[in-house]
Design a protein around this ligand. Structure first.
Ligand SMILES: [Zn+2]
Length: 352
């Protein structure tokens, strides 16, 4: 993987003793990184695809901002797959970002309990399966062997065995390697009970070691695409940064909506008021609360790298991997700004 190179911009940016000094040092580093990314080449292809819409507790997704008196227990997250193709010194590479397994995610203990206690008719309203990863890959004209990498901003709810295979069974994508931050990998192998509630049991068990690429810090994967360590939502969380005709798209789940990165502009119940009251510039998505202070810094980092959206400059160009999406049965949960879909360039079938 000699085409993967380290990024140095953020080294030491969180070292200050003062909390806001860390935020401002990281913001300055993010501005400089953004400038360098924008001066460089773009990726060849980038497209988002809807996979599944799932319920998620408002008290986690909008951490204290959504008013409790509204008694709306769940908001809804649109989970997406991102397909990225980019040039490297070793030729064109294809990355699947956030390829959730269409069947296994529900085995995550938190969701398992939810399913077991929710009548089936309600489940059909709450959970909307739209597409599967293999169907999307086939539809855009790629063969399973064309996939070089898969990655997730963090490993909550993920089961990678169907894609990568195990020592006993071949996977769907015979050449794909998992790109994972070393902190996320180490965490996922040794979870405490609060974390384990959100990780799919055995989701990374028995994966052959040569299918896993662990990285430290921040990396350039190739032309126009970077993975940046953005701890908070989990310790080993990372964000995908992709240079396209719409500028730099930044993807993770530290926040669940562009609104969460510009809360004063938000129309979600309670969010703008909460942000004004406590003076925060982001609303963090915390279900496990591993590291909220770092999450605040990471969200400032993400929105600074992203810069203003060309669709609506009041919001940063963040495209969260699970985007909060309105549902009639959850009043008050409609964001002011939804990304919905993004496409850049054209997919091409790599020569093998
Ligand atoms: Zn998560």
């Amino acid at each position: 993987m000699s085409h993967i190179t380290p990024i140095r911009h953020f080294e030491g940016s969180r070292k200050a003793l003062g909390q806001m000094a860390r935020v401002e040092d990281t913001r300055a580093a993010a501005e400089s990184f953004r400038k360098d990314m924008l001066a460089g080449p773009k990726v060849k292809y980038y497209e988002s695809f809807n996979l599944v819409r799932v319920p998620y507790p408002t008290r986690y997704g909008l951490r204290n901002a959504f008013p409790r008196e509204r008694v709306v227990e769940f908001l809804h997250l649109q989970n997406r797959l991102f397909v990225v193709q980019f040039e490297t010194t070793e030729g064109l590479k294809t990355l699947l970002m956030s390829p959730s397994d269409h069947e296994r995610n529900g085995e995550t203990p938190y969701f398992r309990r939810l399913q077991d206690t929710t009548p089936e008719i309600m489940q059909r309203v709450f959970v909307l399966r739209q597409d599967t990863v293999p169907d999307i890959v086939a539809r855009i004209g790629l063969r399973p062997e064309d996939i070089d990498y898969i990655s997730y901003d963090h490993l909550h709810t993920q089961d990678v065995r169907r894609w990568l295979g195990t020592r006993h069974q071949p996977g769907v994508f015979p050449n794909a390697k998992l790109l994972v931050h070393e902190r996320e990998w180490a965490s996922a192998l040794d979870l405490n009970p609060y974390q384990a509630d959100w990780y799919c049991p055995n989701g990374i068990a028995d994966i052959p070691a040569d299918r896993i690429v662990r990285f430290e810090g921040d990396i350039m994967l190739g032309e126009g695409v970077a993975l940046i360590h953005t701890p908070g939502h989990t310790e080993g969380n990372h964000s995908l940064v992709v240079h396209t005709d719409e500028g730099l798209w930044v993807t993770s789940e530290n926040g669940i909506s562009a609104d969460a990165y510009a809360p004063l502009q938000s129309t979600i119940a309670g969010v703008a008021k909460y942000a004004r009251t406590i003076g925060t510039e982001v609303i963090i998505n915390g279900n496990t609360l591993e590291n909220s202070i770092d999450q605040y810094i990471s969200m400032v980092q993400e929105k600074t790298i992203a810069g203003p959206s060309m669709r609506d400059p009041r919001f940063p160009n963040v495209f969260t991997s699970s985007e909060m999406t309105p549902a009639w049965f959850s009043p008050g949960t409609k964001p002011a700004f939804l990304v919905n879909k993004a496409v850049h360039g054209k997919v091409s079938r790599p020569s093998r």
